[in-house]
Design a protein around this ligand. Structure first.
Ligand code: NDP
Length: 336
């Protein structure tokens, strides 16, 4: 049984000393339990936060503890009603081959679901994050301009495509020409700006001639500062993530941006609302999401790009790729 544990808390980007691969005996399922074998492990930016010993919405991973993560796993043996051998399940059993579960918070996907790994992406947490954050907080109206960064990733790509369905003009921001071309050509955004361009702010302004009504905040940093001067009165800003700052060991040097940020929010009467997808919305929103997203996928109104990483031992490097923008699409590790 292979498992990847947190060896030490990183300062900045995780390195070779941060995570450690260990082996242990395969556990056995007792009464009222089942044994799960991981098939797909999801890699997500929030995992960087779990490595810190800081107050957050979730407890940090302990030193020596198995890294947190959502997986699609196969039921190997079951002493639990409602789960039989061969069922695929969505579980939170983390970065390990095998885990024992009593069924708490486990979703049974059945014996042969189409695209099982999608339960970690477009039909799971990232897709729901995009749906609930955009529709419940962003409240986009037809004709409005919506801006989202990390636009080729699972959350951003979904935000843009839903905003398009709702009749908005949608401007994406992504790192590099290849991602930007994908965002416009395959996902149907009206424009996509490369945040690495020297004249990023000017390009963003040109792509938003009527200003910005909804800024779905995924990244913070330079992108946020480019967006602020373009916000329209009564703009909405769902604050979903600030990934450009996740590896920051200390506060950045430079001018204090507090006055610019707060002054803009005040003058433009911007509604800013942070959310954590696990507990910010009533359960009915999740049901709405499942119904709408299943239909949009069936009708081809939403496209989904996945990057499958082969091999469990490659997960640590692949997580850094997600954090640094070297991944392309929703990253899922195929565990053999
Ligand atoms: P992605 O797979 O899109 O990965 C993050 C992306 O962020 C990178 O690929 C990169 O894309 C972009 N990025 C990284 N650094 C920078 C930077 N300095 N400037 C601009 N862009 C950068 O992630 P997800 O779709 O899974 O998540 C998107 C955001 O949503 C994250 O902030 C995440 O933490 C947050 N989130 C929040 C949830 C909540 O409950 N609040 C739930 C789920 C996700 P590129 O190369 O295009 O720049």
């Amino acid at each position: 049984n292979r498992r990847i544990v947190l060896a030490e808390r990183p300062q900045g980007l995780p390195n070779d000393s941060t995570l450690r691969l260990e082996t242990s005996d395969i556990p056995t399922a007792g009464d009222g339990e089942m044994l799960l074998r991981t098939k797909f492990l999801s890699l997500d930016p929030y995992m960087r936060g779990r490595m810190n010993d800081a107050k957050s919405y979730a407890t940090p991973v302990e030193i020596g503890g198995v890294m947190t993560g959502q997986v699609v796993a196969e039921v190997v043996t079951s002493n639990l009603e409602g789960f039989t051998e061969g069922d695929l399940v969505l579980a939170g059993s983390g970065w390990q081959d095998y885990a024992v579960s009593d069924g708490t918070k486990i979703i049974n996907l059945g014996k042969d679901p189409a695209n099982p790994s999608w339960a970690l992406g477009i039909l799971g947490m990232p897709g729901y994050t995009a749906y609930a954050g955009l529709l419940r907080i962003g409240d986009p109206k037809p004709g409005e301009t919506v801006v989202v960064a990390a636009a080729s990733g699972p959350v951003g790509a979904t935000v843009g495509q839903i905003a398009k369905i709702k009749g908005c003009r949608i401007v994406g921001i992504a790192g590099g020409a290849e991602k930007c071309a994908h965002v416009v050509d395959n996902l149907g955004f009206d424009a996509c700006i490369d945040h690495k361009a020297d004249d990023f702010a000017e390009q963003l302004a040109a792509a938003c001639p009527d200003g910005i009504d909804v800024y779905f905040e995924n990244v913070g940093g330079k992108v946020l500062y480019g967006v602020l001067p373009l916000l329209n009165p009564f703009a909405r800003m769902p604050v979903c993530g600030v990934v450009s700052w996740y590896n920051m060991p200390n506060l950045p040097e430079g001018p204090d941006m507090g006055p610019v940020i707060m002054g803009t929010l005040l003058r433009q009467k911007v509604k800013v609302e942070g959310f954590i997808i696990f507990d910010s919305f009533p359960a009915s929103v999740y049901d709405d999401f499942r119904r709408d997203m299943t239909e949009w996928l069936k009708d081809g109104k939403v496209q989904y790009k996945e990057q499958i990483v082969d091999g469990f031992e490659n997960a640590p490097a692949a997580l850094n790729d997600v954090l640094l923008g070297r991944s392309f699409g929703k990253v899922v590790v195929k565990v053999d």
